[in-house]
Design a protein around this ligand. Structure first.
Ligand code: SF4
Ligand code: F3S
Ligand code: FES
Length: 254
């Protein structure tokens, strides 16, 4: 039996609704009693159910899979549903992720940002000209290649890496670690027939891999522990080599 009295937690939460601009942004504090196995998501839900139904925040899966509950937890991007309150002190500050459009309170529109980035980087398989090569799509993929692709596909588009990146906060067109990771993923895929030249056109500039200043906040906060540092360094080397090969620009340098 656990005789220790439960902690009282104070959650101080950013409040602002851009649709009600007459109410200025403010921080609001709520007290909850900590329960066993409590996550920030559970604490926020309790606040919304018992104390303040107007509090806005996002969640879908509650299992670290959908990426929608990302927020600044004591100033660091993270997932509310995967963060246990016992890992934090009794005073907790929550704010929306920067770099994304604020919907209200802790809720931001990461979907809009991710969609724009995906369209710009064309994050889908580009089959050979003339249509999909079904024979190739059915072809057995080397297990090591499939595994490497699977590893990078674990990205849940939560936006933590973007919120933790100084470059992304300064340059709104920077594709962020999430975008560079996606290009690394498609470059590995033998079904994608884009050339090295095509990839260079997508990320070989300051909005892509050459805008990254190796700050590595992305790598530190990614809740899926993706190997962002390695992927970015690899893509930078590859794109630097590609940029030095003007004579191959017409060929398939993949
Ligand atoms: Fe989130 Fe990591 Fe994907 Fe960035 S790379 S969006 S931090 S899962
Ligand atoms: Fe940003 Fe990560 Fe590069 S934090 S600057 S994308 S290493
Ligand atoms: Fe889906 Fe947190 S609710 S990742």
């Amino acid at each position: 039996m656990n005789d220790v009295a439960p902690r009282r937690l104070t959650l101080t939460v950013f409040r602002y609704d851009p649709r009600a601009p007459e109410r200025t942004p403010r921080m609001q504090s709520y007290e909850v009693e900590e329960a066993d196995g409590m996550t920030l998501y559970i604490a926020l839900n309790e606040i919304r159910e018992r104390l303040d139904p107007s509090l806005q925040f996002d969640f879908v899966c509650r299992a670290g899979v959908c990426g929608s509950c990302a927020m600044l937890i004591n100033g660091r991007p993270g997932l509310a549903c995967s963060t246990l309150t016992k890992a934090l002190g009794p005073e907790i500050t929550l704010a929306p992720l920067p770099a994304f459009e604020l919907i209200a309170d802790l809720s931001v529109d990461t979907g809009k940002w991710m969609r724009a980035m995906s369209e710009r980087l064309e994050t889908w398989i580009h089959a050979r000209e003339g249509g999909i090569d079904f024979a190739r799509i059915e072809e057995r993929m080397e297990p090591a290649v499939a595994e490497a692709i699977y590893e990078l596909d674990r990205c849940i588009e939560c936006g933590c890496c973007v919120a933790a990146c100084g470059t992304a906060l300064m340059r709104e067109d920077f594709v962020g670690a999430v975008g560079l990771n996606k290009i690394a993923r498609f470059r590995l895929d033998p079904r994608d027939h884009r050339s090295g030249n095509d990839y260079f056109d997508l990320i070989g500039d300051d909005d892509g891999v050459f805008g990254c200043m190796s700050l590595l906040g992305c790598h530190d906060v990614c809740p899926k522990n993706l190997p962002l540092q390695t992927q970015i360094a690899f893509m930078r080397r590859l794109m630097a080599a590609e940029g030095l090969k003007p004579s191959l620009k017409q060929g398939d340098g993949k």
